[in-house]
Design a protein around this ligand. Structure first.
Ligand SMILES: [Fe+2]
Length: 276
């Protein structure tokens, strides 16, 4: 079954329109994906700038929502002389802008439209639509299973004065995300498809950033899990548009329900960062 190129073009156009905003100019502050970011003056480069300062900082290069607490990686724009003064040199050429990663699904799912086994069903949605919906929903399924594992990772490992509140909150989120996994997987099967939810498939297919293993404080886990929820929320919104394009209103409705829940949980987690 050939992939619908016009649909792919429409979805790619929509993904480009949803691209994350660029980093603020040096010295400027801007509200980015999940936090207000002040970009330090003197730092250059379009790649993600990472800091290990105590306060959670979110930075990304317009495509990747990065975690804080990693090694500093920055480009110097001046040279310190022996007298201790800093001679400003011409800024280095900007690094090449990496191509937009496939934030939603097409690169992973396109190939699967050809191979996905489709069982016969009396469901009256056209076979072409069902086949494409199965491929796209399997991509959402991988990301949802990844998100659920990340919730548990935060639930198990959070420490500090806010332990009990966050420990319970993260588990509540996990329980809802487990329901989302089931909703997506069973919709795939209703369409005649095979739900692909093994660990191997998830590791290969999920577009979420892997959860850092070295986190311990509440602030660190709040930052990391809000990253994951925001990234998943973005892919689900893209998925809603995809299902609408395929005229599969029921799959779009399922993803809308999930999107509403994920936005709520993102609020619950982010509220811990917003009181300061
Ligand atoms: Fe537990």
């Amino acid at each position: 079954m050939a992939f619908d190129e016009s649909l792919a073009a429409r979805i790619r156009k929509r993904l480009r329109a949803r691209a994350a905003p660029p980093l603020p100019a040096p010295g400027q502050t801007r509200k980015l994906f999940a936090a207000t970011v002040r970009r330090p003056a003197g730092l250059d480069g379009e790649s993600a700038l990472r800091t290990n300062c105590a306060k959670p900082v979110f930075l990304h290069d317009g495509t990747i929502h990065d975690h804080f607490h990693q090694e500093i990686s920055m480009t110097r724009t001046g040279t310190t002389t022996r007298s201790g003064t800093t001679r400003r040199g011409p800024p280095p050429p900007p690094p090449p802008t990496p191509p937009l990663p496939p934030p939603a699904s097409l690169s992973a799912s396109e190939t699967r439209f050809e191979t996905t086994r489709l069982f016969s069903t009396k469901n009256d949605l056209p076979e072409t639509s069902r086949r494409q919906a199965v491929g796209l929903l399997n991509q959402r399924l991988a990301e949802c299973i990844d998100l659920q594992a990340q919730c548990k990772q935060a639930h198990w490992n959070v420490k500090g004065p806010t332990f009990i509140a966050l420990h319970k909150l993260f588990d509540e989120i996990n329980e809802d995300v487990e329901d989302y996994v089931d909703l997506i997987a069973e919709r795939i099967v209703q369409l005649g498809g095979v739900a692909e939810g093994t660990v191997g498939v998830v590791a290969d297919r999920s577009t979420l950033v892997d959860y850092p293993l070295g986190l311990s404080t509440g602030a660190e886990h709040v930052a990391a899990l809000s990253d994951a929820l925001a990234m998943f929320g973005r892919t689900v919104r893209v998925g809603i548009d995809e299902m609408n394009d395929l005229q599969d209103a029921d799959s779009a409705d399922i993803l809308t329900e999930i999107s509403r829940g994920v936005d709520k949980w993102l609020w619950f987690v982010e509220a811990h960062q917003q009181g300061a």
